[in-house]
Write a protein that binds this ligand. Structure first.
Ligand SMILES: [Zn+2]
Length: 87
């Protein structure tokens, strides 16, 4: 698992919250697996889809990403990952 963000993706963004969102979304897409069933990748839900931010194709668990940028000088982003299951 690569713990670093691809900070080159933040170029062109001014808003700290936008930067945090772009970096955490990219990181999750590259590194996150489904904590419910162990599927090695989860996919980003389509914009405006009636599901949460990420979906596991295998067990259909849905995840919501919440990220925020801290106010420190060096870039830090924290995110919470929430799990929804529907069945
Ligand atoms: Zn799953």
């Amino acid at each position: 698992m690569d713990l670093r963000f691809n900070t080159s993706l933040a170029e062109g963004y001014k808003s700290g919250s936008q930067i945090a969102r772009v970096l955490t979304e990219d990181w999750l897409a590259r590194n996150m697996y489904c904590p419910i069933c162990g599927e090695v990748s989860i996919r980003r839900a389509k914009p405006n889809a009636p599901v949460k931010d990420y979906v596991c194709e295998h067990c259909k668990s849905q995840y919501e990403l919440k990220s925020k940028r801290s106010d420190s000088e060096s870039f830090q982003a924290t995110f919470a990952f929430s799990v929804w299951r529907f069945w």
